[in-house]
Design a protein around this ligand. Sequence first.
Ligand code: NAD
Length: 282
Amino acid sequence: MEIRRVGVVGLGTMGAGIAQVAVQAGAEVVGREVSEELGEQARSKIDHFMTRAVEKGRMEAEDKDAAMERLTTTTTLDAFADCDLVIEAIVEELEPKRELFSELSKVCRADAILATNTSALSVGSIAEAADRPERVIGMHFFNPAPLLPLVEIVQAPASSQEAVDAAYEWAERAGKQPVRCNDTPGFIVNRVLIPLLNDCVRVLDEAGVTPEDLDKAMTNGAGWPMGPCALVDLVGIDIHTHASEALHEALGEERMAPPERLLRMQGEGKLGRKSGEGFFTY
Ligand SMILES: NC(=O)c1ccc[n+]([C@@H]2O[C@H](COP(=O)([O-])OP(=O)(O)OC[C@H]3O[C@@H](n4cnc5c(N)ncnc54)[C@H](O)[C@@H]3O)[C@@H](O)[C@H]2O)c1
């Protein structure tokens, strides 16, 4: 199946990045937000990122202009009727996602692929709300989506092989590094990384180590490209805590529960880079 027209629902941190990946890959893209203003903000953000790519010599100015012309925004779902692929990136809550997939499966063509970018919810329980659960899969991008190559292509129990293969091939053509996985908690990366980062945070207090020294140890001793504290600051303390809670709830391992120190930081509004302070100040 050829994917030419892509819909993105929710143009926040992830959705705007995914829309950028799709327009850069040559697709016609329609993005839906809850208000025209938020749609316009997302367009400006994408324009800004691509302008920077042009300035750095990573993109031709005319390619950027053509990509922006392929991007439209809307507040309804009407324009999704002729999309080949729709990627959802709205709030990480089950009920709004189920409601949306039920609506999408009524509006979209019968052969359209409907993908969720959820990090921690079950793709299968979102798919159950759709009229054609065999067309529903997970496409889990990583933040920032235009820069990080990985996309986990999640096959839920009802997902058809054809839908999974088409999404995988499209992600590859869009310059990504897709991997196939099943609908298990945390998929691949978060299943491994979340408990590991929680261990790192617990070591700070258990071993009386500073964030600077922990990051220095893991980058120089374990070859990590970025220290664990810098990484949690980049992801956002709130996002990491939320994903930890979901994984803990699903699998019950103590290491998966968010460490006290992160909950305290979240309570104090120290959310990492985005709030100007986390383990480090920005
Ligand atoms: N932030 C990350 O690091 C990250 C990484 C991978 C996956 N995810 C997942 O991606 C999804 C989005 O996360 P985010 O961080 O981009 O959130 P965000 O809050 O930045 O963006 C969500 C956007 O969706 C919009 N929205 C809400 N309901 C909508 C609807 N019904 N129709 C259209 N737009 C709607 C909101 O206005 C908001 O702009 C979540 O499922 C999250 O778990 C996040």
